[in-house]
Structures are given as C-alpha cells and as structure tokens.
Design a protein. Sequence first.
Length: 237
Amino acid sequence: MEHVVILAIVRTIVAYIILMVVTYCIGKQVNAHKNYYNYALSITVGSFIANMGFDTNLKFFPMLAAFLTLVFLYLIMSAYSANSRRLRIWLSGQPTVIIENGKLLDANMKKVRYTLDHLNLQLREQGIFNIEEVDFALLEVSGGLSVIMKPPYQPVLKKDLNLVQPHQKTNLPVEIIMDGKIIEKNLNGPYSKQWLEQQLKSRQLEIHDIHYAVVGTNGSFFTDLYQDHLKSPVDKE
C-alpha cells in the first residue's frame, strides 16, 4: 500500500512537470479555448495527465508516449493550418450571424441551438438592455457574442470631439514594486533607482511599506501600502 502511494505521488509530480512544459510549448491559444479543436485538446490533455498521475494500473511510459503523440499531432496541424485558411476554418469553425441590420436571424439561431434567453443574457453582460439598439451580433466559436451597435447608440470617441493630441502617446504600465520588493529589471530609462528614491522621499515612504507601486499609462506613480489606514474596510469576497 505504501509503495502504491509513493508511486502515485511520484507519477503526479512528473505528470505535472510534463503538463507545465507542454502547456508552455504549445502556446496560449489552447489555454483560451477559443475554438473546437483547442477545447477538445485541452480536455484530452487533462484526461491524459490525470491518468498518468493517479491511475497506477496504467503503465506510465505508454501513457506518456500516447500523450506526446497527441501533442505532436497538434503541432503538425497548427503548422499546416498557419498556411491554409480552409484548414483553419475546418479546425476552428466560423462565427454565426445572429442579428443583421437589426433583424434576428431565426434560421441561424436554430442551426446553432441558440435561444433568445441566451441572446438577452449575453447582451445584458455587455450592458445592452434594449435589443433594438443592436445593428449586428455574431456568435463567436468561443461562445462569446460580438456586437456592433446602431450609429445613434455607439459611444463617442475622443477623435469625434477633437480631443486627441497630435503626438499623444500611451505607454504600458511599468511595475516598480511588488510585495515590498523592487523589480530591478524595470528600473531603466526614465525610471531609475534615483527617480524611485525621489518618489518615495516626496511621499515619506520606505520600500518595505509598499505593497504595490506602478507607473500608469499616463505616467502617474501609484502606490498601495500594506497599511491602508481605512477605518471600516469592506470585508467581502
């Protein structure tokens, strides 16, 4: 009995490491479950790893060989589909038009067994409560709903109001401190160690006081302290 338990633990650790390596190698698309093929592959991979870990009645190395064959087939199909639109359509599927020019396409909804309740739910999730405001709606292969509103209900953009500066630039946030530790690799360019010391000095803060510090997209320096000094913080998950 003890031998079986140790064997199961070792197999689980090895299977977990294999899963991490393979997940890193095959990319982010599988993790997103954005099409049929990736969804089916992720379920199959999970089944393989589970059996490799705890089912000691199955031999480990034949299971590993079958698992690696599955991954190899996926990589081959991905390589071919990168140069073949027809194969990509076959593997990934295509979106289904649900609303066109403000009209519900009943036949398309029946084909994909998509009900009005589903439609209204997904519209509400996007903050749309009046279906007459929708011009086009497409049901994506992932199950998400992409919506184009009718012109009167489309949001106003900065360029519509001529609020865009000609040389305005948006940068990615730069994390400077996390969990009370400086992220050294991000201290470059305008954000040097001297700059950080000046920022902290002006706020009368020490590094160990800070839970999180980041330079936002607009260049502002945001800090969150371990001690928030809130009188009655909300305690809800």
